[in-house]
Design a protein around this ligand. Sequence first.
Ligand code: AVJ
Length: 328
Amino acid sequence: MNIRALDLHDDGRTPPASGLLEIVQRGLRAQPKRLPSWLFYDAQGSALFEQICEQPEYYLTRCEIALMQVHAASIADRLGVDVRLVEYGSGSATKTRLLLGHMASPVSYVPVEISPDPLHQSVRQLGDCFPQLPVQPLCADFTRPLRLPIPPRAPRRTVIYFPGSTIGNFSAREAVTLLRKMRGEMGENGGILIGVDLKKEVGSIEAAYNDAAGVTAAFTLNMLARLNRELGSDFDLAAFRHRAHYNALAGRIETSLVSQRAQKVQVGRAQVAFGEGEAIRVEISCKYSPEDFASLAAKAGLEVMRVWVDPERMFSVQYLARAGSVAR
Ligand code: AVJ
């Protein structure tokens, strides 16, 4: 899975053409230091994320797949016939397969993914399962305006599928901006099918980001390993620790890499000084109550038409349409 934070506000990606080194140097010059969470997902980071999904503490993927298994038919029914399905991120083929397996005569499947490898993989996997389905891959950053490929026939509706609670990696402001962009792309009669992690007892949320096997810690530290690989920086991985803490006031997990001692790191031509205990913010994962998310959606001109929740109320899959539209 590949994620790019919006290049707004606190994400360090302002000029679209700026390279990795500039993004990283800018983030490490900021106060407090920060790095964008999409930097997690190089090949090794993506493999580590797959491993996170298998940890007993990481309930998100398990709950969402279970929800899809139970409700795929009713979800597909809500989306209707002759749908063009546009997926943001290469996503888990499992969830998409469950959905497409129940959809009536889908017009096409458009996976949107910034890195070519996972994009090709999703095309192959879906093609094997649904040989009749036109797949129109789009190699693009889904946080930017998309030019969707021309569909093979006229769809009744375009539905944007955004599973995994990836929306949680965006601040509320960024999330509204992204939802607004989706609202434009799906058109008048369109919809958004989105996975949203729910607020719950703090212990289980924190455990999901601090698994006992240490896979999440390895995933977080891989960001520095990646920078060493790609930029030749000299982060000492033993001198940084993963920290994930639930900020109850903000309703989100905040993940940082914490310097274990005062140290200097060479990043390109810049030398970056760290104090003992100084943190680099690398990710937020916002959790929403159904009411929270409905008001977020409303700010983007969207209305929650349906919510599917598991019996333990851990996770939700929600269907959104334009507010006030007669979603036929
Ligand atoms: C893929 C963004 C949903 O925020 O829960 C998992 C990424 N980070 N463990 C999340 C992640 C640490 C994940 N998302």
